[in-house]
Design a protein. Structure first.
Length: 318
């Protein structure tokens, strides 16, 4: 989960406005009306639709459940609101230098030659300059929040050795780097993980009392319905009897594609685990960084977990 969740936060918000800006003019007719209000923090129709589109696009033209996507958007915005509240509470701000450093990273990340080229591309796609600046400020604030949590934290030698063992188990038959040569890198990774865990703990705690107002009507959410082709409940029951568990994550596009091959989370629910909701279980199984994964009677299935592959492996009739 840590890497899954980290990947989402590093790609939000800036990446979303980059990847969906081409569609902005199409759905901008709602203007800046408030779609969702979370603990007094307003998110506009545009922000909501961008998040919605980014999730739908991750399914690679496969069918999606509108209500589930909507709930995922609200969950993401809730997490963003909680982080924003904490950043404001601590008085964290971005300096001009920090802002520029993050901008330069984004220019490189998205393959642009210059800042001007990136900004102009977004402006032409309908993104306002303020949206661009706010997104970068958020990224800087999140990074500084993580550093705030890691201030004074130093990994022990045991922590370093444990992290090194995880590294060894991940490379298989590859030639390992010596422990002494990796110590600094391992220390940085552990410190980063510690900071992210504090952010996750903050989110999980604050979610218990957060106040969410959904103001956007369903009919205002732009969504093109695609019919789901579902596997039978008998097939899913058979897989369950055979000890099959599919581990996924709501922030993983490959997971979304796999789930849709079965007909959606509702169909797959008897045998699916969402690692964003059951972090402890996925950590115990050491699957938090490798979803989507399929486990059959405690053993990791080495092939892609498609219905066809599992039918052949288990003998269940598809």
């Amino acid at each position: 989960m840590k890497k899954l969740i980290k990947s989402y936060y590093f790609w939000t918000i800036f990446s979303i406005i980059v990847l969906t800006s081409a569609f902005f003019l199409f759905y901008n007719s709602s203007g800046d009306k408030v779609a969702v209000r979370i603990n007094g923090i307003d998110f506009s129709y545009t922000e909501f639709q961008r998040e919605f589109d980014s999730i739908v696009n991750s399914y690679n033209n496969m069918p999606v459940d509108k209500e589930k996507v909507k709930n995922t958007v609200i969950d993401r915005l809730t997490e963003r609101a909680i982080i924003t509240e904490k950043i404001n509470e601590l008085g964290i701000e971005s300096s001009e230098e920090e802002f520029q450093t993050q901008m330069d990273r984004n220019v490189k990340m998205f393959g642009f030659e210059t800042e001007e080229e990136l900004v102009n591309t977004l402006l032409e796609g309908g993104v306002s300059r303020k949206e661009i600046e706010d997104a970068i400020d958020y990224e800087v604030g999140l990074n500084k929040l993580i550093k705030h949590y890691t201030n004074g934290f130093n990994p022990t030698e045991e922590d370093l050795e444990e992290k090194y063992e995880l590294y060894l188990s991940s490379i298989g038959e590859g030639e390992p780097i010596a422990f002494e040569d990796m110590k600094e890198e391992l220390r940085d990774l552990i410190i980063e993980d510690f900071g992210w865990q504090k952010v996750f703990d903050l989110i999980n705690e604050k979610k218990k009392t957060v106040v969410v107002e959904i103001l956007i009507p369903d009919e205002d959410i732009i969504f093109e319905e695609v019919e789901l082709e579902k596997v039978s409940s008998e097939f899913i029951s058979c897989l369950k009897d055979k000890g099959v568990t599919i581990y996924t994550s709501s922030t993983c596009s490959a997971c979304a594609v796999l789930v849709q091959k079965y007909g959606g989370y509702d169909v797959l629910s008897p045998i699916v685990v969402d690692c964003n909701e059951e972090q402890d279980r996925c950590s115990r199984e050491m699957l938090e960084d490798t979803v989507p994964s399929v486990v059959i009677n405690g053993k990791l299935f080495q092939k892609e977990g498609t219905p066809e592959n599992l039918a052949r492996e288990t003998g269940c009739n598809l």
